[in-house]
Design a protein. Structure first.
Length: 130
């Protein structure tokens, strides 16, 4: 009976040790995934920063002084967030876009080529300003 208890104790300790190793493996995997996601976000932010949008042409905006860009057909909540993420907050900024800037914005926020022109954002923005 004493031998059986000892065997049971050894089995229990082995199971505990295996659980501990599994927890460690999962923690390492979680840390690896978190690190990867964080670095992907940094890369995305750097790409957005490298958009090359000339704000001296379209003007500057801020979160505190922003317009409802969803007044423009073709801009929903998701696209508005993306625009805000690259520094476009004002209808006047959209109204001031050149062809080149609109293409840079298309690319920076991941819209298909020519989307801003097809949806006539600049024209709509100019009408809203009047």
């Amino acid at each position: 009976e004493l031998i059986e208890k000892a065997r049971e104790e050894v089995r229990r300790k082995e199971e505990e040790e295996e659980k501990r190793r599994e927890i460690e493996r999962r923690k390492e995997r979680a840390a690896e995934l978190l690190s990867r996601v964080t670095s992907e976000r940094v890369i995305e932010r750097e790409e957005e920063d490298d958009a090359g949008i000339d704000f001296t042409v379209i003007g500057f905006g801020s979160e505190e002084d922003r317009d409802n860009l969803q007044q423009i057909d073709g801009i929903g909540r998701f696209v508005e967030k993306k625009l805000n993420g690259i520094g476009i907050y004002k209808i006047s900024q959209i109204a001031s876009m050149t062809q080149e800037i609109s293409e840079e914005v298309n690319q920076a926020i991941g819209l298909g080529p020519g989307r801003i022109d097809r949806d006539e954002w600049v024209l709509q923005a100019k009408r809203l300003i009047r």
